[in-house]
Design a protein around this ligand. Structure first.
Ligand code: ADP
Ligand code: MG
Length: 260
């Protein structure tokens, strides 16, 4: 599942991290691939991502096997992470001259035996956290994935830029990955006290219909505090409205049968 939206600060990383933890807590086996040079998902999931750590950069640019870059989450046995180091900042440019530059991630995932396998070490979900751009890193994710989750922040400019994102997805579908579909829209940072948020949510639901999860993630300080403790809100404050909403969103996703 590709978590993408070229707008920054809409909740891509927060949603990737919390959905991954929620799914893993529910007994699913989950891999998170951090494709954002800022490495925020790696920080929140408490995996090493200092420069020199085997990472998504090595996988994409140097062809390192996924098995050599993956780390086990320190607390959750079913959660695995390919971290992003700051080296990834150069990858957009370095990839330009690499053979089959847009399908490097697809190749790495395809060669990883636990994806799609049936045994107990299998992976049920792969979540790819994209950077806030439509460059080669996001393109790699769109070529590698089957389903796509677009987080939309419930605020005034929420729908701006979505047209461009959808055009890119259509282009990828036509030329590079026929299987890709926008299966899931998640409304984030929803503030129930404002008419504006309700209006945006309604507009999103009218436009994307069943693709939109019924659960919207409320704006909550607990959600934004959690990463500074190397935690998801799921463990930082499990009873908080943010954690409960991500749990519910993960349930909806599991029911919809999302997997790749
Ligand atoms: P993106 O990955 O799309 O750039 P992030 O997930 O990093 O977005 O979120 C942007 C900022 O908003 C972060 O500081 C994050 O902690 C905060 N944030 C995300 N979701 C929520 C929420 N539900 N409530 C409050 N703050 C949030
Ligand atoms: Mg992010």
């Amino acid at each position: 599942m590709v978590v993408a939206n070229q707008k920054g600060g809409v909740g891509k990383t927060t949603s990737t991290v919390n959905l991954a933890v929620a799914l893993a807590q529910g007994g699913q086996r989950v891999l998170v691939v951090d494709l954002d040079p800022q490495g925020n998902a790696s920080t929140a999931l408490a995996v090493d991502h200092r420069r020199g750590t085997p990472s998504s950069y090595d996988m994409l640019v140097d062809g390192m096997p996924l098995a050599d870059a993956v780390q086990q989450h320190p607390d959750l046995p079913g959660l695995f992470v390919v971290p992003a180091t700051i080296d990834l900042a150069g990858a957009e440019i370095e990839l330009v001259s690499v053979v089959a530059r847009e399908s490097r991630l697809k190749k790495a995932l395809a060669a990883y035996p636990l994806i799609g396998s049936q045994d107990e070490d299998r992976l049920d979900y792969v979540l790819i956290d994209c950077p806030p751009s439509l460059g080669l890193l996001t393109l790699n994710a769109l070529v590698a994935g089957v389903e796509m989750l677009i987080p939309i922040q419930a605020e005034y400019y929420a729908l701006e830029g979505l047209g461009q994102l959808i055009e890119t997805v259509e282009m990828v579908k036509q030329h590079l990955n026929h299987e890709l579909s926008i299966s899931t829209i998640l409304i984030t940072m929803y503030d129930a006290r404002t008419n504006l948020a309700a209006g945006v949510a309604e507009e999103v639901r009218e436009h994307f219909k069943d693709q939109v999860l019924r659960t919207a993630i409320p704006r909550s300080v607990r959600v934004s505090e959690a990463p500074s403790y190397g935690q998801s809100v799921m463990t930082y404050d499990p009873g908080s409205p943010g954690a409960l909403s991500y749990l519910e969103a993960a349930r909806e996703m599991a029911i919809k049968g999302a997997s790749a």
